[in-house]
Design a protein around this ligand. Structure first.
Ligand code: HEM
Length: 136
């Protein structure tokens, strides 16, 4: 991942992080409205899940400069997701919904470069998770 991309991801996340709770609220609200088929995979009470998703985003952003530290936790996360009933085709849905929630929250501070950056970052995270998912 090149330096300029890392800087853009970090600085855009800094903008969103103070409103992290709102970001994940907005994400799940959109996800369940636009893809009701995934709602049954999740628990009724989403409070803990929202915190965990935000924690995982922070972990990724904090380690963009030390990506080797992300491999083991993301492989494990991907393995966990098999048990949750997550399918590979759900990953692009989650990516698009998360980026849409970011765009909503950031307002005029957002731009098309950031959409592209976050799509590729989330694709990378998904690829690593899916590698973990197929490991025995
Ligand atoms: C960018 C990719 C993703 C990230 C970073 C992520 C993050 C997380 C985290 C941190 C957890 C908490 C549990 C754990 O640590 O194992 C979790 C649980 C879960 N995720 Fe994901 N996730 C991603 C993609 C997906 C996708 C594509 C789906 C499919 C709809 C999904 C559905 C779930 C479900 C159903 C749970 C379990 C909830 C429960 O039973 O408590 N996730 N995810």
């Amino acid at each position: 991942m090149d330096q300029a991309l890392i800087v853009r991801l970090e600085s855009s996340f800094q903008l969103l992080a103070p409103r992290g709770a709102e970001l994940v609220d907005c994400f799940y609200c959109r996800l369940f409205a636009e893809h009701p088929e995934v709602r049954p995979l999740f628990p009724e009470d989403m409070r803990e899940q929202k915190k965990k998703l935000l924690t995982s985003l922070v972990l990724v952003i904090n380690n963009l400069r030390t990506p080797e530290k992300l491999l083991a936790p993301l492989h494990q996360l991907g393995r966990n997701h098999v048990a949750y009933g997550t399918k590979p085709e759900h990953y692009p849905i989650v990516r698009d919904t998360l980026v849409a929630a970011m765009i909503d929250l950031a307002g005029p501070a957002w731009n098309s470069q950031l959409t592209c950056d976050w799509n590729s970052a989330i694709d990378l995270v998904s690829t690593i998770m899916l590698e973990g998912a197929v490991e025995k």
